[in-house]
Design a protein around this ligand. Sequence first.
Ligand SMILES: NC(=O)c1ccc[n+]([C@@H]2O[C@H](COP(=O)([O-])OP(=O)(O)OC[C@H]3O[C@@H](n4cnc5c(N)ncnc54)[C@H](OP(=O)(O)O)[C@@H]3O)[C@@H](O)[C@H]2O)c1
Length: 362
Amino acid sequence: MEKKIRAGVIGATGYVGQRFISLLENHPWFECVAVCASPKSAGKTYEEACGDRWKIDAPMPEYVKKMIVYSSDDIENFCEQVDFTFCAVDMKKDEIRALEERIAKTETPVVSNNSAHRWTEDVPMIIPEINADHAELIEAQRKRLGTKRGFIAVKPNCSIQSYVPALTPFLKNGIKQISVCTYQAISGAGKTFKDWPEMVGNLIPYIGGEEEKSEKEPLKVWGQFAGDHIELAKNPVISAQCYRVAVQEGHTAAVSVSFENKPSMDEMIKAWKEYEGEAQRLELPSAPKHFLQYIEDDNRPQPALDAYYENGMGVSVARLREDNIFDYKFTCLSHNTLRGAAGGGMLTAELLAKKGYIAPKA
Ligand SMILES: NC(=O)c1ccc[n+]([C@@H]2O[C@H](COP(=O)([O-])OP(=O)(O)OC[C@H]3O[C@@H](n4cnc5c(N)ncnc54)[C@H](OP(=O)(O)O)[C@@H]3O)[C@@H](O)[C@H]2O)c1
């Protein structure tokens, strides 16, 4: 890219927002030029607004410390500063839907981490390695919104980003049924053990709304582009259980699966090792070289050892074995605030920039 594209981050002070701030430091295509949060952070420097809430392992980048935080109430002024924006906010869904449409209507593309627009028919829900072609929905959405540049694109829930990648190479085998149990890190709730001491040594067998998202969102990701909407995949049937566990980073999924045409274990391992998608073919800056790795060790994957595989953008799979009820069972792991949140959003923005949907305004 000759000229860097000006990026903004809304919800910049939050856990996912902080990841975006960190990933934007020295990004080859994007430059973060403006940050936005709730009215209570507005007018403060980013450093003041974060206070002692900087939660991620890397230090706060220098470039952002003195930036003055915009309020979401002043979104039009924020949008004037940027060519496109990321959005990851803790607000009511109807408020997020309204905010993101308001942004798109200023001709500012929004790459959103929020769930509010995931089921809006003409909003693409993208994992660049799996359904990059869904970006074509943007044309229909722009017609509805009456925009030339502005649109909303979303990424799916973090819970599905460990098992959906691992199952995608076998769609051609006709996946019939999936039973999945996810073991989700506390950063998925925007928390550390310091803010959530009750989670030390604990497990909570409930995450509001998560099981429904885990069962339904894969059907949109695996669906077919149909002009102005995505024809949802009719199969497989998915049953999900989602647990919060005492892990800081990394969502694990224990998967059982049955097929119309059962592949051999060797075929499955080969397919995982060789899988690549549009993100790898286009050599996007944040794309992992290897999207999926298969680990032979029965004690893996472990969040502490494997969450940061390929800078947190790759998915680790292990423990493939026969199942007494389904055909096979195996375990997968992905980094929830990188691949499952800000990293996935960054990769989607790179894909959309490469395809020309995101570009400098002038
Ligand atoms: N954490 C994950 O792994 C993960 C994964 C996928 C998706 N998500 C989604 O990403 C979003 C953010 O999650 P998070 O974990 O980063 O939450 P978080 O740490 O609680 O951060 C929330 C952010 O939203 C901002 N905010 C609150 N009210 C606002 C308003 N009225 N206008 C503008 N900004 C406002 C906060 O700003 P102040 O500091 O000013 O309050 C803060 O920057 C949520 O929709 C979540 O579901 C999270």
